[in-house]
Structures are given as C-alpha cells and as structure tokens.
Design a binder for this molecule. Structure first.
Ligand code: MN
Ligand code: MN
Length: 278
C-alpha cells in the first residue's frame, strides 16, 4: 500500500506500540459532510511539527508507531463499525489511534475493547436512541456505547447541545456529563480527577468539543466550547490509563487548515504523553 503516512510513523507493524488507521466515512453526517477527507488531511498536516515534544521531553522518532492506512469507504454505517471492530481486534493490545471520519466509528472501537471506561469530549451529548431512522448515527454514539460498556462507565465532557429528549433520557438512564461551562468553572483537572473511572480508559475526541474559533472545520459547529489546552490537560491526566483514542468529525471542506493541524498536533501530543508515562 502506497500512501502518505502520519509523520514519524516509521515502525514496522510487529514492533509498533501504537497503530494509527483512518476511517474515511461520513454517510450519517447530518449538517455538513466531508469528514471522510480528514484522515489524509491530518496526515499531511502532521508534517508541520517538530519531532521533539518539549512538554513531554520525548522525540516521536523514538516511539514505535505504525500507520496502517485507511479502511475502505463502506456503503453503510454497520459495515464500517464492524470493520473498525475487527481491525482493532487484529492488533490488540497495541494502542489504537483511529482517525475519522464521523463519530460513529467509536461504536466499533468500544465493541473491540469492551471492558473500558469511555471519556468523550464533545459539544453534543450524542445520546439519541436513533437519528433520522439510523441507530448507529453519529448522533447516537454515547447511547450505543453505554449499551456496550455500561452507562456507569461513560462520561461526556464539553457538552453544550442536546435535545429535550436526550436530556430526559440521560437523566433517566444516568449518563454523567459535564458542560463546557462546568470545565470553565471547575477546571479540566478537577473534573477528570473526580470521574469514577473503574477501568482502563478509551478517549473519544469529537473535535467539535473544542470551540469553533480553534476548530472551525467541523460537521456541526457549536459556540462556547473548550480550549485546545483543556484537551491536552485531559489527555495528560488520563494518559497512564489510556488504552485507545479516536479523533473524529474534522471536516476539511469547511476548514481553513487549522482544524486538521490541531488534530494532527493532538495526536502527536497523545502519543508522546502516553509513551512518557509507560
Ligand atoms: Mn459533536
Ligand atoms: Mn459526537
């Protein structure tokens, strides 16, 4: 397979501790589609940065990362989710870094990892039971994941948008979430440190959790969001128990380039941060 790899992903598959793969899928996108282009845009953007990460004192050239390329462009969301699940099962316990594409891919990742706590960063609660007739829509991710992992193991941070029905359902079923206003008031450190994380953690970053001023190229932009530094703090505090990560909903057709750059930089930070703790 000949393609542009994520920068410094120079390891062989066998030696790799981290495996990156892209999921160019956006068929359930409801407002702006185009996140299927993000995996390759993020790879291109990754070459902008130094290999040395000053904040973690690690050099990414020393960390074994393998870029497995992109999954096929599937014609329906169930097929995409199944292939994400199988792909990850094939290389566990290596650390998966999944680059979307739309947020629904997280369902496949959690099916593969199973026994994890899940921390979402997202502007949206994504707790609909179905959306436009689709059970596995990007708008239903936290609902589906809570059915797999148990709702007591699902946490959502940065939320500032949901329907009345999602609010009622989340209260009834007991989904714990923190708004972007909570993060502003209490600080990311205190929120993460007080989460009741019973298991290893899978972190799912829907980039629209970050404010559209920093991340304009997204499918469903929502003002009053988190700062990129909030996300780094979250990664840093969780890093010694992280077992997987995804970054979704970057939408290059609506981007000025900064959102793909931010995504690439967050992936690089996560690799450095997780490595420096292990
Ligand atoms: Mn979202
Ligand atoms: Mn989402």
């Amino acid at each position: 397979m000949n393609f542009l790899k994520f920068a410094d992903a120079n390891s062989s598959f066998n030696d790799a501790k981290f495996v990156i793969f892209g999921v160019p899928f956006d068929l359930t996108s409801s407002f702006r589609s185009g996140s299927r282009f993000a995996p390759n845009r993020i790879r291109e953007a990754s070459y902008n940065f130094e290999t040395y990460l000053m904040e973690h004192d690690v050099d990414l050239v020393d960390i074994p990362v393998y870029d497995a390329g992109n999954l096929d462009e599937y014609g329906n969301v169930e097929e995409m989710i199944k292939n994400v699940e199988e792909k990850i099962k094939n290389f566990l316990p290596k650390f998966p870094i999944i680059v979307g594409g739309e947020h629904s891919l997280t369902i496949g990742a959690v099916k593969a990892l199973k026994d994890v706590s899940i921390v979402f960063i997202d502007a949206h609660l994504d707790f609909r039971d179905e959306y436009l007739g689709i059970k596995n829509s990007h708008a239903c991710v936290s609902r589906r994941v809570s059915e797999i992992a148990g709702i007591e193991n699902v946490f959502s941070i940065g939320v500032r948008s949901f329907s009345k029905e999602e609010k009622n359902d989340s209260e009834k079923l007991g989904l714990e979430y923190f708004s972007s206003f909570d993060v502003k008031e209490k600080g990311m450190e205190s929120i993460i440190k007080n989460l009741n994380l019973k298991k290893k953690v899978y972190l799912s970053l829907d980039i629209d959790g970050i404010d559209p001023a920093f991340a304009p190229g997204v499918g469903n932009p929502e003002p009053f969001g988190l700062s990129p530094i909030d996300v780094l703090k979250c990664i840093s505090i969780l890093s010694d128990r992280l077992v997987g990560f995804d970054i979704t909903e970057i939408c290059p057709p609506y981007d000025n380039g900064n959102t793909s750059l931010l995504g690439a930089r967050i992936i690089r930070d996560l690799i450095g941060c997780v490595s420096s703790k292990k």
